[in-house]
Ligand binder design. Structure first.
Ligand code: NAP
Length: 268
């Protein structure tokens, strides 16, 4: 199957690292015009430069905090001013929550998780839906197996991702008659700096955690960013033209593994 995104404008949030970075590089290889968003300007510009090397198309790099309404508004405004259209919105940016149990939850962490992972996605989608209706484009929300797995240590992150899944279903229904598809890609454990940021682990500690937790994944290994990027591209492409309101898990079967204990040990 061929994937061609030349002349398509693709906005990817959280493109300065991890899954968003892999997704940006893959869309760049397929000829997309990219709008890339993150807070870390040096990382974002480095990813944009790598993307430009693929097909010579210069991405728009937007430094913005999607945990603020101003950052979200800036992202929508600059993208539309620059490209005058939008074909694909990838809501990927998110933060984790280093909590273990309900009574230990710092409500500041709860608020940050919901503000960035849910409110930011909600507002950005609201602002960009009219542009997507014009192009009959589509939306991919990056969720997590934590949305459905009942594993200790995933409050309130799992709740926020469950909200994102239901947002995906509801908005898919609302926009279907306008020709806009809305789906989620739901990764299992994926090698990135996500867990390291959360726990402040060294590389060695992170590698040891990956090896230990991989035992709970039925297929025996974690995903890498490209595994998730390939599914995002597939769902965003014409090959998925009647796919909407779905949550596609890319997790090596992790959602069926007994992960409860492994996750609770993540917060060291
Ligand atoms: N890694 C996993 O095991 C895993 C599993 C399931 C689901 N996921 C999901 O996959 C997505 C990507 O995660 P990842 O593993 O690639 O994590 P990551 O390496 O930590 O990358 C997260 C990205 O989000 C951006 N971001 C975070 N907060 C932001 C904010 N307030 N404003 C703007 N950008 C923000 C970060 O950019 P800056 O640092 O530049 O702000 C970074 O580019 C997330 O939705 C995550 O929930 C990850």
């Amino acid at each position: 199957m061929d994937y061609d995104f030349s002349n398509k404008v693709v906005l990817i949030t959280g493109a300065s690292a991890g899954i968003g970075e892999s997704t940006a590089l893959l869309f760049a290889k397929l000829g997309a015009k990219l709008s890339l968003v993150g807070r870390n300007e040096a990382h974002l510009r480095a990813v944009a430069a790598e993307c430009e090397k693929q097909k010579g198309v210069k991405p728009l790099a937007i430094v913005a905090d999607l945990g603020t309404d101003e950052g979200v508004q800036k992202t929508a405004k600059e993208t539309l001013e620059h490209f005058k259209r939008l074909d694909v919105l990838v809501n990927n940016a998110a933060v984790g929550a280093r909590t273990t149990l309900l009574h230990e939850t710092d409500m500041k962490i709860f608020d940050d998780v919901f503000t960035i992972n849910v409110r930011g996605v909600y507002l950005l989608t609201k602002l960009l839906a009219p542009a997507l209706i014009e192009t009959k484009g589509n939306i991919i929300n990056v969720s997590s197996v934590s949305a459905t797995m009942v594993a200790l240590g995933t409050l309130p992150y799992g709740m926020a991702k469950a909200a994102l899944d239901h947002f995906t279903r509801l908005v898919s229904l609302e926009l279907a008659s306008k020709g806009v598809r809305v789906n989620a890609v739901s990764p299992g454990m994926t090698v990135s700096s996500f867990v390291k940021r959360l726990t402040g682990s060294t590389d060695e500690e992170y590698q040891a955690w990956l090896a230990a937790t991989s035992k709970y994944i039925p297929m025996g290994e974690p995903c890498v960013g490209d595994d998730i990027a390939k599914m995002i591209v597939h769902v965003a492409s014409e090959h998925s033209r009647l796919v909407t309101g779905t949550i596609v898990e890319v997790d090596g079967g992790m959602r069926f593994g007994n992960f409860s204990n492994a996750f609770s040990k993540q917060a060291k």
